[in-house]
Every structure is written in C-alpha cells, then in structure tokens.
Design a protein around this ligand. Sequence first.
Ligand SMILES: [Zn+2]
Length: 119
Amino acid sequence: MTDLRMHHEWPLLVQMKEAGFPLEQVVAFFGFREEDIRKAFGGWVAVESTRPKVAQDGTTACPRCSHEAWPVQFGMWAHDPDNPDPKAFMAGCVVGGDDPEWRCTGEDCGYEWRVLRSG
Ligand SMILES: [Zn+2]
C-alpha cells in the first residue's frame, strides 16, 4: 500500500487540493490511485466554481447527473415540527476545513461538492 504522505510529490498534491482541482484531474496528472489519494487526505471534496440555483425546497441539481442534490448540514440537528423530513443530509458536529456543501441523491452518482469561495 502506498502512503502518499511520504511521497516527494505530496506537497504538490496538497497545493492542488487547496486550489480545488477535481480528483480525476489529479489522478490523471500524477497517476496515483484515486483510493490512495482519498485515504491520504481522508477524502477529496470536489469544488464547483458556480453557485447552484437553489429550488424553493432547498435542493439543487447535481452538476454531474442533474439528479436532485441536497445540502449537507452540520451541527446539532434540531427537530422542526413544521418540516419533520427536510431534504438535507445531516453530517453531525465535526466540521473540518474541507466539507461538502451538497450531495447528490442519485444512487449511481452520490457526487459531493462545495462551492469555490471567492476572495
Ligand atoms: Zn449526481
């Protein structure tokens, strides 16, 4: 098993992740296995540069398969009697620096992404 954190190109990988490169591009560029990259970083959330158009029910369309995508919510989940079954994914209380904001509900897709923060 390869531990990419010991690899001499690790700093470059870190830079590309921070710059928001899609994982496929990084895999193609370095020739590392996607699995090894995910393992080394503990995940690789895709970054989209365009802010999604949010529908009235708080959902949006997946940029990959155009299936419905739901927002990922962090923090304590407070039950809302007016909205007992919200269209959102609950991610719990642990917030890292690289959390997805959206997740596709398509079974074959499951694409997760966050929106590039400008400035
Ligand atoms: Zn999708």
